[in-house]
Design a protein around this ligand. Structure first.
Ligand SMILES: O=C(O)CCC(=O)C(=O)O
Ligand SMILES: [Fe+2]
Length: 310
């Protein structure tokens, strides 16, 4: 594993780290401990309320990642923001919006996730065409390392594989927000859409080096530019992490992912990473289908006997 690139500390605020080449920003202590406690308590209350609604009487066993969605849901038929499915945004999330570093546009889709120790999220690129550039992740509870890897031919190839089933879970369990690529080390534990098990050595050879960035509790991560469009991000499913040379057990980690849904003419993408861009992949596939149909038609036409024959 490579060392993460060195950040620049913001001269006006030592809590703010920038990786300008990557479009990545990490803000330490973005929320207070009191806010963190309140958000974690709200998460569990919501879980219990949902469990009561489902008449289970108890919350789900905490061995897998759990998700709660707020704001505009995704409409799987139009691949856009649903006009009808909206879950009111709780005040503890709405209160964060005026503090976000980018105020030109604000998130309207929120996903609160709980990661029990030992769980993670497979390497993926959040869907380019449907979400505005800025992606935020607020961390609560345990610190976890987030793994970044510049996408290459391996990731591009996997994103072009046919999906195993339209109901496969996406990393954020709200398909199609993300597109997963699995790597040699996650294939046995974390299958996802686009998961493929090719020859391991070839995959390893084709991969760019990965590095991990520790996300401390109460920190806010902002991904834009290359880190948003060209790198996969992942959390390895581990029970312990190596932090500054020490083995540290993971505790439960929560995150609030915040995204802005693109609407109307804004849907699409012209990023510099066509290999992992869902908009380009769709274009490519439509062109290939058109070509195949054309060839098929010409074969059909040429096999029809000419009326003047014989
Ligand atoms: O938990 C996180 O910090 C990131 C989650 C994520 O990458 C996603 O939901 O797409
Ligand atoms: Fe993501």
């Amino acid at each position: 594993m490579e060392q993460p690139p060195t950040p620049t500390v913001d001269p006006t605020n030592a809590n703010v780290l920038h990786w300008d080449q990557l479009g990545l920003v990490l803000i330490h202590d973005f929320i207070s401990e009191a806010e963190e406690d309140a958000m974690i308590a709200a998460f569990h209350e919501h879980e219990q309320a949902e469990a009561r609604e489902e008449a289970q009487g108890q919350t789900a066993e905490k061995t897998k990642r759990l998700s709660q969605h707020f704001g505009h849901h995704f409409d799987y038929t139009t691949f856009g923001a649903s006009d009808t499915r909206f879950t009111p945004v709780p005040p503890y999330i709405a209160a964060l919006l005026p503090r976000l570093p980018i105020q030109a546009y604000l998130p309207d889709q929120f996903n609160v996730q709980y990661y029990p120790p030992g769980t993670g999220i497979p390497p993926h690129v959040d869907t380019h065409s449907m979400f505005a550039e800025a992606l935020y992740s607020l961390s609560l509870g345990s610190a976890v390392p987030m793994q970044f890897r510049l996408s290459g031919p391996n990731e591009a190839r996997k994103m072009r594989l046919p999906k195993r089933s339209s109901s496969s879970p996406s990393p954020s369990s709200s398909a199609p927000t993300t597109t997963t690529t699995t790597t040699t080390t996650t294939t046995t534990t974390e299958p996802g859409p686009g998961d493929a098990r090719g020859p391991q050595t070839n995959e390893a050879q084709q991969q760019q080096p990965a590095w991990e960035l520790l996300l401390p509790p109460r920190s806010l991560l902002l991904m834009t530019g290359p880190s948003r469009y060209g790198y996969t991000h992942a959390i390895r499913p581990r029970k312990t992490d190596l932090v500054a040379g020490e083995t540290v057990p993971r505790r439960g980690r929560y995150s609030v992912t915040m995204r802005t849904i693109r609407r109307g003419d804004e849907i699409g993408c012209d990023c510099a990473y066509p290999g992992v861009c869902d908009a380009r992949i769709r274009e490519e596939q439509a062109a290939a289908e058109g070509e195949a149909r054309g060839q098929c038609l010409s074969r059909v036409v040429s096999s029809v006997p000419c009326l003047t024959d014989g």
